[in-house]
Structure formats: C-alpha cells, structure tokens
Design a protein around this ligand. Structure first.
Ligand code: NDP
Ligand code: 8X3
Length: 248
C-alpha cells in the first residue's frame, strides 16, 4: 500500500511494485488520477490494483477505508507512508499558520493515522515493513524550511519509535530521506508558481521519482529477510547538503 500515489514518488513506487508482480493499493485525494493509474497498471503489467480515495488528514476516512478493505486486500505487508508536502518557504515570522497546519496534519498526523490503521494486521501476521518518507529535511533545517523540516524531523522520530515498539512483532521500519527530487513537490510548495519551482532544479540533475522507487523496492523486497535498513539518505550527486549544491 502506498499513500500519495497520484504523483511523484508514490506513483513511481506503485509502478515498480506492480511491474514486479505485487498487488498494490494506491491512495490519494485526486480520484481521477487514481483511476488512470489503476487502469494503466492493470493494462501494462496485468497487475492487481485497488484504489482508495481519502485524505490522510481525515482520521475517520483513513480508518474507514482501511478497516473496510475486502478480505483479499486486508493483509498489507508493505506500507509506504509517502503522502506529504511542503507549503511555502517563508521565514517563520511571516509564515502562514494554515500552511503549518496542513504540513503537520499531512506529514505527521497522516503518517500516524495510516500506520495505526495498518499495524494491527501486520502484528497479527507477525510480518510487515513500514517505509516512511522522510527527507534530508529530517536531518537538517534551512532558512524558510522551518515547519516542513520540523514535520520531517517528526517523521524521523516516529520512524525510530515505531521500530523500537514493533521489533517484537517482526515488523521492519525504514525511513527514506531524499534530497531534492523533481516531482510536483516544488510546484505544490510554491503554490503553482512554475518559475519558482523550476528554479529549485536549475543547473542540477536532480533525483527523479524512479530513483526513490528503486530504493524502496530494494529495501523491502530484494534484501534478505533478516536485513533491515533503518534509515537511508540519498541525494543527487550535485547536492551534498541543503547549502552545498554544485550547480552547473
Ligand atoms: P508530489 O507533490 O509529486 O506528490 C505528493 C503526493 O502526496 C501526491 O500523490 C498527493 O496526492 C499526496 N498527498 C498530499 N497531501 C495529501 C493528503 N492530505 N492526503 C492524501 N494524499 C496526499 O511530491 P513528491 O512525490 O516529491 O512527495 C512525496 C513525499 O516525498 C512527500 O512526503 C515529500 O515530503 C517527500 N519528499 C520529497 C522530496 C522532493 O524533493 N520531491 C524530497 C524528500 C522528501 P493528492 O494530491 O492526490 O492527494
Ligand atoms: C524535500 C527536500 O530540500 O526541499 O524534502 O527540503 S527539501
């Protein structure tokens, strides 16, 4: 099950698993995109796909969707908590409180709600792997990153806490922390301003969604059962930190 499969990392992750014969549950708010992706995966890979249309911020919707999964879809073995966003890059003194709330509700509370709904099945099966999409923003802060970075620092703490709590059930927990990757992320962050979004990737060959899909798949489905990648930080070669970017 991958949340936020209508775009970017989530969409590429859904494709990677479907291509490799996994049944996939795709989720997101934009239902038309979910339907298009479901059709594409079924036609291209002959994949089994279930789409669930909910907002990860909506606690009732999350539990209702996951608790009412058809029997053959209930046993989720891999959960990728990917849905998330940054909104704005303004200093804390001018920050929009509604943007802060959206980021915290989506990145932090959304990850918690979906995990809490899925974990009981993993416990019952004594098997499971939760992959939380952190960021290099889980590790460092930068001017204007304030609340987004705080939300991803929280994803890191939640991932570590989950791993400690769930170890006794044989459940693995991984945080993936990508640096700059060209998806719809910056367009969302800059609220549709394409020039600002394009500027983020100027002079670099950034990560692309497929890079993250390769990593998620390798960690969950290629490595031997006893191996657990706790945390992985990945950037394009031209980025060494939020501040050190070797642009052409
Ligand atoms: P995109 O904007 O391309 O994709 C974001 C996905 O999240 C969409 O499918 C969107 O679906 C979903 N989403 C957002 N809000 C909600 C919500 N409230 N409920 C359900 N789904 C939601 O960005 P990315 O693919 O780049 O981002 C994916 C994750 O990776 C995020 O957590 C982001 O913070 C993280 N990340 C991104 C990096 C980058 O540089 N691109 C680097 C490091 C981490 P919909 O709108 O249809 O609901
Ligand atoms: C996305 C990477 O550098 O915009 O999480 O915080 S960054």
């Amino acid at each position: 099950m991958v949340t936020g499969a209508t775009s970017g990392f989530g969409k590429a992750i859904a494709k990677k698993y479907a291509k490799n014969g996994f049944p996939v549950i795709i989720t997101g708010r934009r239902n038309e995109r979910l339907n298009d992706l479901k059709k594409y995966l079924e036609e291209k890979y002959d994949a089994k796909v279930l789409s669930l249309n909910f907002d990860v911020r909506d606690k009732e919707a999350v539990f209702s969707a996951i608790n009412s999964l058809p029997e053959e879809w209930k046993n989720i073995t891999i959960l990728v908590n990917n849905a998330g966003l940054a909104l704005g890059a303004t200093g804390i003194e001018n920050g929009y409180i509604s943007d802060w709330e959206t980021m915290i509700d989506t990145n932090v509370k959304g990850t918690l709600f979906v995990s809490r709904a899925v974990i009981p099945t993993m416990i019952a099966n004594k098997k499971g792997h939760i992959v939380n999409m952190g960021s290099t923003a889980s590790k460092e802060t930068y001017p204007g990153g304030n609340v987004y970075c705080a939300s991803k620092h929280a994803v890191q703490a939640i991932s570590d806490g989950m791993r400690q709590d769930l170890i006794k059930y044989g459940i693995k927990v991984t945080q993936i922390c990508p640096g700059m990757a060209e998806t719809e992320f910056s367009l969302v962050r800059y609220k549709g301003d394409k020039d600002k979004a394009d500027n983020v990737y100027k002079g670099v060959k950034p990560l692309v969604a497929e890079d993250i899909a390769e990593i998620a798949f390798f960690i969950t489905s290629v490595l031997p059962e006893h191996v657990e990648v706790r945390d992985i930080v990945v950037s394009c070669q031209q980025q060494a930190s939020a501040f050190v970017v070797n642009r052409n």
